[in-house]
Design a protein around this ligand. Structure first.
Ligand code: NI
Length: 169
């Protein structure tokens, strides 16, 4: 297993639209293991392949308190979203240190393949529902800060560029 570098906003690669995973083979199983390790190390609850510069429809999630209950979603497809919505405070491993409110559906149903390639139906609410919507956005090339006002987004962009410059200095 290996830790993978996470792309940081505003890296334009984060806006790549991911392609379907063609086969759940050894390469994908290695990617899943590496993404789970990377997410755990970064203390995240979700990571999309897009964030590690692999543009295929694959997500790992773990919203459990002990980080012991990983969920793998391959080629996820939104089947249903509740009409009820609410604003949740969100963060993202690609936008470190930034948290802000995003309007999400309270509950979703998603069809996806698991780590063995089997098709599953996931019915999610609460934090898991929010996380699934956030990560599925990544696969479409969308980062949560794009829901914020242009003013806020530009401030975040400036802050991120400055932080990355300082980190590389
Ligand atoms: Ni994210």
């Amino acid at each position: 297993m290996a830790l993978l570098p996470i792309l940081c906003y505003p890296n334009p690669k984060l806006h790549t639209v991911a392609k379907p995973v063609q086969a759940v083979d050894a390469r994908i199983r290695t990617l899943i293991a590496d993404m789970l390790e990377t997410m755990k190390e970064a203390k995240g609850i979700g990571l999309a392949a897009t964030q590690v510069d692999v543009h295929e429809r694959l997500i790992v999630i773990d919203v459990s308190e002990q980080h012991e209950d990983p969920l793998v979603l391959i080629n996820p497809k939104l089947i249903w979203a509740s009409p009820d919505t609410h604003v949740n405070e969100e963060g993202c491993l690609s936008v470190p240190g930034i948290y802000d409110g995003v309007l999400r559906h309270d509950a979703v149903k998603v069809e996806a393949q698991d780590g063995s390639g089997a098709l599953r139906l996931i019915e999610a609410d609460g934090l898991l529902a929010v996380c699934i919507q956030h990560e599925m956005d990544h696969l479409m090339g969308k980062v949560f800060v794009e829901y914020l006002s242009p003013l806020k987004r530009n401030r975040i962009k400036t802050k991120m560029i400055k932080a990355q410059r300082e980190a590389n200095a």
